[in-house]
Write a new protein. Structure first.
Length: 404
């Protein structure tokens, strides 16, 4: 019987040589090769049949032929590639995805990460919510040193996890992105802000809590938590987080900045002014510009808060910025005068006179304030008037009295 099959194959081969596009002949040859167990010879026949069917517009029949080929030789890469492509063209989403997954497996076995990524991206075009494949794409991109692309894939997967309520899994992917490059915390910041813009602060907190479980003292994560809590108007908890940051990072400009804003939002300007005043006194000289920036920010919120204005003047004295100190003192005088704080206005004017003794404007303003206060004291470089000498007879009488 086997001999008869081989004879039939030889006859069919002759026919195929005369008419290589005869689908029926090629299909019969493939089936006969399978009957004698020659899969290596059968599969190319089915691939040729599939190709001819597809060119003739019979894609469904082509897919059927390719399924025979992949069933008989599961590791035949070309057969799987053709099956995946044709299934996609026909809109057979599930079949296309499964075929592409098999192609990706076979390509990965060869160690060709570049080709693997290309195939996996085809899978994601068909099924963009496939988390397993998306993470695999990120891993393969890491192998190719395409880290920026890898991070994007990890973050897309994190977003998908979050949409399913899986904050823990999302946090792990953000952590992986940060391990690749700590600067990627900016992407996390952007993501958190997007959540806040969509009023999804609870989800942002979930992610940050997961990250903080493994990195409890991370300044970046804690600052983001402060931002979310502030947006949720949970000011006491936000303050507590700022205090925790300063405990572990005493020089944190950002934490102090957040505290200043929190005090401002809660209409606690004195607390903000005290915080900055203390820091301005004890910080290292190289930190003075940071404190100055926070003062300027606070004064934008509270432009007429006298303790803050005077604290700013104190800072400028320490930094030695005379021109700006003069301007700050001048603003302080105007605000204090308008607020009826004449004593404070007088003290600032006395300092202005000391700093610019030749300014008639300062002296004139000082006189106006002192007149309102009902007193006059010597200003710098202004000698008190000498007592008038007593008349001669009075001096003589006084001398006689003393002599007596």
């Amino acid at each position: 019987r086997a001999n008869r099959i081989q004879d039939a194959i030889r006859e069919l081969q002759k026919l195929a040589e005369d008419n290589p596009r005869d689908i029926q002949t090629l299909n019969q040859m493939g089936n006969l090769f399978l009957r004698v167990g020659n899969k290596a010879a059968a599969v190319p026949m089915f691939l040729r049949v599939a190709e001819l069917y597809n060119k003739s517009g019979f894609a469904t029949k082509a897919v059927a032929s390719l399924k025979i080929a992949t069933r008989e030789q599961p590791d035949h890469l070309e057969a799987w590639e053709m099956l995946a492509s044709l299934s996609e063209q026909q809109g057979f989403t599930r079949e296309a995805r499964l075929a592409f997954e098999r192609v990706a497996q076979l390509v990965a076995q060869s160690g060709n990460a570049e080709a693997t990524v290309r195939v996996q991206k085809k899978i994601l075009e068909i099924e963009p919510e496939n988390l397993k494949v998306r993470i695999q794409v990120g891993d393969n991109l890491i192998k190719l040193n395409r880290t920026e692309e890898a991070v994007k894939e990890y973050l897309k997967a994190a977003n998908l996890f979050l949409a399913q309520g899986l904050a823990k899994e999302a946090a792990r992917l953000y952590e992986r992105a940060l391990q690749i490059n700590p600067d990627n915390i900016r992407l996390l910041e952007s993501f958190v802000k997007n959540l806040l813009a969509r009023h999804q602060g609870d989800q942002a907190i979930q992610i940050l809590e997961q990250l903080l479980e493994r990195h409890p003292t991370s300044e970046g994560f804690l600052l983001l938590k402060v931002e979310v809590l502030t947006e949720k108007q949970d000011y006491p908890t936000a303050e507590a987080v700022c205090d925790a940051i300063l405990k572990n990072h005493p020089g944190s400009v950002s934490a102090r900045g957040r505290l200043v804003r929190l005090y401002g939002l809660q209409k606690r300007p004195d607390a903000a002014a005290d915080l900055l005043s203390e820091w301005g006194r004890i910080c290292e000289p190289e930190r003075l510009p940071d404190v100055e920036a926070l003062y300027e920010e606070l004064l934008r919120y509270l432009p007429e808060h006298l303790p803050t204005m005077m604290g700013f003047c104190d800072l400028l004295r320490r930094s030695g910025d005379r021109p700006r100190l003069l301007r700050a003192l001048d603003s302080y005088v105007q605000t204090a005068h308008q607020a009826g704080e004449l004593g404070s206005a007088r003290e600032a004017l006395l300092e202005l006179v000391r700093l610019e003794p030749n300014s008639p404007a300062h002296r004139e303003r000082l006189k106006i304030v002192e007149t309102k206060l009902g007193r006059h004291a010597p200003t710098p470089r202004e000698e008190p008037p000498a007592p008038a000498p007593a008349p001669a007879p009075e001096r003589a009488a006084a001398a006689e009295t003393v002599g007596a």
